[in-house]
Design a protein around this ligand. Structure first.
Ligand SMILES: Cc1ncc(C[n+]2csc(CCOP(=O)(O)OP(=O)(O)O)c2C)c(N)n1
Ligand SMILES: [Mg+2]
Length: 697
């Protein structure tokens, strides 16, 4: 039986560093015997799950496991200090003990381990240890190292804007702090003093790469590396020591809750098992080093301490181990007996299936206002939607007044709606898309601007691997329906890096809608719809059309919405179908007019949205005209024209009187000189001749 209550004082123990200074621990750790035994129980439970999961793997019952063994003490401290009924969690794959503390049950862990249908994190869609629990605001975690950081900034930001007193917790290993997104997240959260707890669990290895080859901080310390962020409280603790960890996490949490800013804890841990079940650390670590690490086992350390302090007897410890083993075995047995996922469901929840967007009232009026240019249509749509929805936020580079965006699309918005809802982002596209993804997860509606399509690529990882997968990978539990407005396109003598078209790259990604309108009215209607629906949208705006006279339209009213996936027959004709979008749509229209003088009847279809694609309108037209040509500004190879052409061949083969043709940019980059640029991008003459050649086929 336990004899005395423990009051462990860690006073006078020094912890290095706190913003560069040595600091004495101030608070004694006061936990009751009962609480301390519970800490041991949680740590031991995590360890037992690791061992059990590896056994199942050896038995061929599972395919993957990544263990938290050696990280339990710091994680127990985090678990105790956070409020599972209130805070947000972005844990990483080693956070088994944090997951347990956040409310994930042992059975739920095994449901994911066995990829069962009822796995609440992903319904069997993600690897084990890719946490997720709506119940406890534990956001679906993915595999790319470091993407969680910027999303965590997004939820922390959302809590502040919604006057909620919550902390957002985010963690990773030390190797992951080499990713730019970590630095972007620390930068943004420190500047805004966001309530964010960063915990870097430094086990000295990123798979096989030692921290000495990884981090440029003094002593290769991550906390040292982050010196200079004024509002960031930094601690470096022994993460295998529960008491030290608990004390410093408590202090960090107090600091964060007081509103002073984020805190970063670097916890020195040991990786007692190989990186994952696919790795064998004996190949790159010495026996001596592994033995030294095993002597630092946090579970044994705490157990020994409790025994020494007569809080626990050896016999009680043995019984506890047995008891936990039985509990874990029972939970695993229950989990393995549950149903496997249904393969018929494998494709579901790429997009929202609630039927919400089908309930919107589309095209209930005719655009009949004053003529406006496309960029003003965007500006008005944003004003109207911001007024309607106080959860909508706009940010991006230079979007705030007085500039109002480099193309003035956002002019007046920050003045009208204030700098809390419309603001400049740092010059960092991953920050923009990652922040937005996290804000959307927390229920806000970010409508962000990427200044040039050419610079969307730093934010691509977030859009590709996070925004677009969130709903699918969590089996409809989480979603991040952001709108990414992006200026694209050439013919403006912008050279290689102000002219790109990006739609084909994104069209390849399941889980994101793509709009690419050609005129002001469609732009307004589609953008307003994008701001309302539950799916992420890439909204392509051609710079050459922003103020183009032929792209002007009478302005639609504030209730005008256009559906995604509905093409427009811009010109009716009977001899050939021309399918296009964006600026190329206008080249097609001008060619059609010229061809009319030559005696041909040309039907022009503006698809308006690539994803979803209105196949019906295209096929109906091709069945009537028996000829089809796709025209776009993006490069030919792997362009969206290839997709449309393939689908026409599949579905209208017997109706075709000629090959499905494409006209596109040459497979090159877009040079600056107008002479060179014209040689790469499709031009009106080329479009006219190309259509005519197919007409004469
Ligand atoms: C962006 C990205 N690059 C590479 C990987 C493959 N990978 C997975 S974990 C890992 C090492 C991470 O090391 P660290 O951050 O120190 O965490 P630890 O696993 O040691 O806890 C690597 C390279 C990945 N998942 N994501
Ligand atoms: Mg590591």
């Amino acid at each position: 039986m336990a004899k005395k209550n423990l009051e462990v004082s860690t006073k006078n123990k020094s912890v290095k560093p706190t913003n560069g200074r040595q600091k004495k621990l101030k608070v004694a750790v006061k936990l009751s015997n009962y609480e301390l035994k519970d800490v041991l129980r949680m740590m031991l439970t995590a360890r037992t799950i690791d061992n059990k999961a590896l056994n199942f793997l050896r038995q061929g019952k599972t395919f993957f496991h990544i263990a938290g063994a050696g990280h339990e003490a710091i994680q127990a401290a985090i678990g105790l200090c956070l409020d599972k009924d209130n805070d947000w969690y972005f844990p990483y794959y080693r956070d088994m003990t944090v997951a347990l503390y956040s409310g994930v049950t042992v059975k739920e862990i095994f449901l994911q381990c066995f990829a069962k249908d009822s796995d609440p994190a992903s319904g069997g869609r993600q690897l084990p240890e890719h946490w997720g629990s709506r119940r406890n605001r534990l956001v679906s975690q993915s595999s790319p190292t470091g993407t969680q950081f910027l999303q965590a900034v997004g939820t922390a930001f959302a809590t502040v804007r919604q006057n909620e007193r919550r902390i957002t917790y985010v963690s990773s290993g030390e190797g992951t702090t080499s990713q730019g997104e970590f630095h972007e997240a620390v930068n943004w959260s420190s500047r805004e003093k966001l309530p964010l707890l960063f915990v870097v669990q430094n086990n000295k290895y990123a798979i096989s790469v030692p921290v000495q080859e990884q981090s440029g901080g003094k002593d290769n310390s991550i906390a040292e590396m982050m010196t200079g962020y004024e509002n960031l409280l930094r601690f470096r603790v022994n993460g295998t020591d529960f008491f030290e960890s608990y004390e410093k996490v408590s202090e960090a949490v107090d600091y964060i809750r007081s509103g002073k800013g984020p805190a970063l804890i670097e916890a020195e841990c040991v990786r007692l098992l190989s990186h994952s079940s696919s790795d064998d650390q004996k190949k790159y670590r010495t026996k001596e080093e592994l033995e030294e690490d095993s002597r630092k086992c946090p579970v044994e350390k705490l157990a020994k301490h409790l025994i020494n302090e007569e809080i626990l007897t050896n016999e009680e410890y043995d019984n506890l181990k047995k008891e936990i083993n039985e509990e874990v075995t029972e939970a695993a047995d229950e989990a393995i007996a549950e149903s496997d996922p249904d393969p018929k469901e494998a494709h579901r929840y790429v997009f929202d299936e609630s039927g919400f967007k089908e309930t919107l009232d589309y095209e209930i009026s005719e655009p009949s206002g004053k003529k406006i240019v496309m960029v003003d249509a965007i500006n008005h749509a944003l004003h109207e939607e911001m007024k309607r929805n106080d959860k909508m936020y706009i940010f991006g580079e230079d979007v705030a007044d007085k500039k109002g965006g480099v193309f003035t699309a956002t002019k007046g918005l920050s003045t009208t709606f204030g700098d809390k809802r419309v603001f400049n982002s740092p010059l960092a596209e991953a920050s923009i898309t990652g922040m937005a993804t996290g804000m959307a997860v927390a229920g806000l509606k970010p409508v962000v601007e990427i200044q040039f399509g050419d610079y969307i690529w730093p934010g691509f990882m977030q859009i590709r691997s996070e925004t677009s997968t969130m709903r699918y990978r969590s089996k409809n539990v989480w979603a991040s329906p952001i709108v990414v407005r992006v200026a694209v396109g050439g013919y403006i003598h912008g050279g290689l890096y102000h002219s790109q078209n990006i739609e084909a790259t994104f069209a390849h990604i399941p889980g994101i809608f793509i709009a690419y309108p050609s005129n002001a009215a469609d732009t307004k209607g589609l953008l307003k719809t994008a701001c309302r629906i539950n799916d992420p949208v890439l909204f392509c705006e051609h710079k050459g059309l922003y103020r183009q006279s032929f792209a002007t339209s009478p302005e639609p009213d504030e209730n005008y919405l256009l559906p995604f996936g509905k093409a427009k027959v811009v010109r009716e004709g009977t001899d050939i179908t021309v399918i296009s979008y964006g600026l190329s749509m206008w080249d097609s229209v001008f060619a059609a007019k010229r061809l009319e003088n030559d005696g041909y009847s040309v039907e022009v279809i503006d698809i308006r949205t690539l994803i979803p694609l209105d196949e019906e309108t295209i096929y109906n037209s091709v069945k009537k005209t028996n000829k089809a040509i796709v025209i776009h500004e993006d490069t030919l190879t792997g362009g969206f024209g290839a997709e449309i052409a393939a689908r026409i061949s599949d579905n209208c083969f017997q109706f075709l009187d000629g090959p499905v043709k494409r006209i596109a940019a040459k497979d090159a980059h877009i040079p600056y000189s107008p002479i060179l640029e014209a040689a790469i991008l499709p031009n009106r003459e080329e479009v006219y001749k190309g259509i005519k050649a197919l007409l004469q086929f």
